[in-house]
Design a protein around this ligand. Structure first.
Ligand SMILES: [Mg+2]
Length: 173
């Protein structure tokens, strides 16, 4: 079950201590899109996300939108936020993580994945050996497959809580 444990658990992308990440040697932030950056039906980034990204870029982070969605969905966000993206990432598979690290010459210690799902984001990042940050999902409506994942996820959360590994709403790191 430990493979589902994020390195850090934060309420949202706005409550993460990015200065601390920077100090610990993190150079690249891989952001999940749906329900992490914006709600899954949003077509453009919010002002809040734009402001956060401006700040993070000033701090010197390389930012990549790292999503299982297709390029057509990611393109407007990539353009508006002026950051790179990786589509069809197939999280939790390791392939895309490794591809991105090679492309940008990054070591595992320099990359963190920030996402809202245990079964894709946290599991994928942990498998590849990078730091993972779980955030609570910006919930509105979700795609069918996400709903199925959420049901599985709920069972995992229950197990994690029983084992004292992770409890919903008890943030750390
Ligand atoms: Mg997501």
């Amino acid at each position: 079950m430990i493979k589902y444990k994020p390195s850090i658990y934060s309420k949202s992308i706005y409550t993460i201590d990015y200065k601390k990440l920077k100090k610990s040697g993190i150079k690249c932030l891989l952001f999940d899109l749906d329900n992490t950056l914006v709600e899954s039906k949003a077509k453009i980034p919010t002002k809040q996300v734009i402001e956060l990204f401006t700040e993070l870029k000033k701090m010197g982070f390389l930012i990549i939108i790292f999503s299982n969605s297709n390029a057509k969905r990611l393109m407007p966000f990539s353009k508006k936020l002026d950051v790179a993206f990786n589509s069809f990432s197939l999280k939790p598979l390791k392939h895309s993580f490794i591809k991105v690290m090679k492309k940008y010459k990054l070591s595992k210690e320099e990359v963190v994945l920030i996402g809202d799902q245990l079964l894709t984001d946290v599991l994928g990042g942990n498998k590849v050996g990078i730091k993972t940050i779980l955030v609570d999902p910006i919930l509105t409506s979700e795609f069918f497959f996400t709903k199925v994942n959420r049901m599985r996820e709920k069972r995992i959360y229950n197990k994690l809580e029983k084992l004292n590994i992770l409890k919903k709403g008890e943030y750390y790191g």
